[in-house]
Design a protein around this ligand. Sequence first.
Ligand SMILES: [Zn+2]
Length: 183
Amino acid sequence: MTVQQLKRRPLSRYLKDFKHAQTHCAHCHKLLDRITLVRQGEIVNKIAIAQLDTLMDEAAWEEERQAWVALCRFCGDLHCKEQSNYFDIIGFKQYLFEQTDMSHGTIREYVVRLRRLGAHLSQKQVPQELAKQGDIDARLEMWLPLTSTNNYRIALRKYAQYLAQKSFPPAHKPVVQPACDIY
Ligand SMILES: [Zn+2]
């Protein structure tokens, strides 16, 4: 065996280098500011990473590395925390990124509203079927929260557009709506 093969370092060291080498979020491709490391769909925080002391050589790390991605905080929360029973939030976010020219901030705003709405509906024990059929905005109208109602209505309407295009994908990119239509 050569010296090279024998050289082993703790996993935490590899991960530290890995983290520093990441510049963009693996999901939304945003420039990374605060990095969330995720292993097979689970967020691994700094403290947990520091405790990963398994010794590995380069080859073992190469294999282990496939399981890790670096995400921005927003995508980390979205992909790894509890999912809404009412809305396909990940699909919705993907739609906003790919089919509209909205800014990251605007997309985030829509996603946050829809997540809050999902939590509200769940608290009120609204039947989930109401969010699965057509005319979702009309069906859920009477269940909207009493504060910021219009904001929720707008997010819901945008989500309805996403559902509609999922059933009938456009051949071309649709006319882009101005980012300010959120208000
Ligand atoms: Zn991201």
